[in-house]
Design a protein around this ligand. Structure first.
Ligand code: CIZ
Length: 311
């Protein structure tokens, strides 16, 4: 272990800034990351927004403060760049709920179905899909497919919500995000009693009973825009608690609350300032994807952009 990790935060931040210049690096942070990581990032956003920024930037090194599948998505889009995941162990339980073998079996059971893969999955699963989607564009992507049957992987709750918005037949995969599953109806109703004017904003990875309480069901990037446009002053935000820092930073005059004593994704909280510093200093941990898998995964991501061009 390097003695550098005993540096105080101010010293760490100034060394991170210096190394960033020397390496010609850019720091990206997902909206679920710790506040201090969001604050040092060049950009904060959802996984696809950040990956697209990574592809556009002139930086040689992308420090992607997030979980493994997100940094992998950036590498799929930018193979020539060095993409680093500061906390090597930061994974995603939802992404781990589907393996290539399991998907191959399910595809054989439903030969006429198009496979639509939520971006929260590994490069191998993206490579086996017909197209990818995000929580912001899942309905449009599904509707754009020529097939009437859709095998939607790996999040059952996003798939179930898409089913309420489309005439296509959605075949669900049994995956879920353990963090979103922790929310309780009673906690939201208690907050609503305390703040009757608050709007309840729910992420579509949530259970149906939580979605049923929502004023709006939105991805993280949509939440930001919705709260900015809304005349409401108070919001109950039903997604990982890092999003509250993002919303409070963008709208200091509005109030953002969380049910269930705060929802924390342990993987998203793994990245600390020390990890970002070590990552830039030692160029660790680089993401590598075998080229045949990367090319196929890229086709699925490009398929999504062709179906629903990003604004
Ligand atoms: O893809 C993302 O960034 C996630 C996990 C959620 C969202 O709604 O943006």
């Amino acid at each position: 272990m390097s003695l550098d990790i005993f540096l105080d935060d101010q010293e760490l931040i100034s060394r991170i800034q210096k190394l960033k210049k020397e390496r010609n690096a850019v720091i990206l942070a997902h909206s679920y990351e710790r506040p201090e990581i969001q604050d040092i990032a060049d950009y904060v956003g959802d996984s696809l927004e950040l990956s697209r920024l990574a592809a556009k930037t002139d930086a040689d090194v992308i420090v992607f403060c997030s979980v493994h599948f997100m940094a992998e998505t950036a590498k799929i889009l930018s193979p020539q760049k060095t993409v680093l995941l500061p906390a090597a162990e930061a994974g995603c339980p939802l992404a781990d709920m589907i393996t290539p073998t399991q998907l191959a079996i399910k595809k054989a059971e439903h030969p006429n179905a198009a496979v639509v893969a939520y971006v929260n999955c590994s490069a191998e699963i993206k490579a086996m899909a017909d197209v990818c989607c995000t929580s912001a564009n899942a309905v449009q992507v599904v509707d754009a497919m020529p097939q009437d049957e859709i095998l939607f992987v790996p999040d059952q709750h996003l798939g179930r919500w898409v089913q309420t918005q489309t005439d296509k037949k959605i075949i669900l995969w049994a995956g879920c995000c353990p963090t979103h599953q922790r929310m309780k109806v009673k906690d939201i109703l208690d907050l609503k009693q305390q703040y009757p004017d608050a709007e309840v904003i729910v992420h579509p990875e949530s259970n149906k009973d939580i979605c049923d309480l929502a004023n709006a069901i939105l991805s993280t990037s949509q939440m930001l825009r919705y709260c900015q446009a809304s005349e409401s002053k108070t919001f109950v935000i039903c997604t990982e608690m890092g999003m509250l820092h993002r919303l409070r930073t963008a709208m200091p005059d509005k109030t953002f609350l969380q049910p269930s004593k705060g929802l924390i994704c342990p993987n998203m909280k793994m990245t600390q300032l020390e990890d970002v510093y070590e990552s830039l200093k030692e160029l660790q941990h680089p993401i590598e994807i075998p080229e045949p898998i990367r090319i196929k995964a890229l086709q699925a991501l490009n398929g999504m952009l062709a179906a629903v061009p990003l604004k």
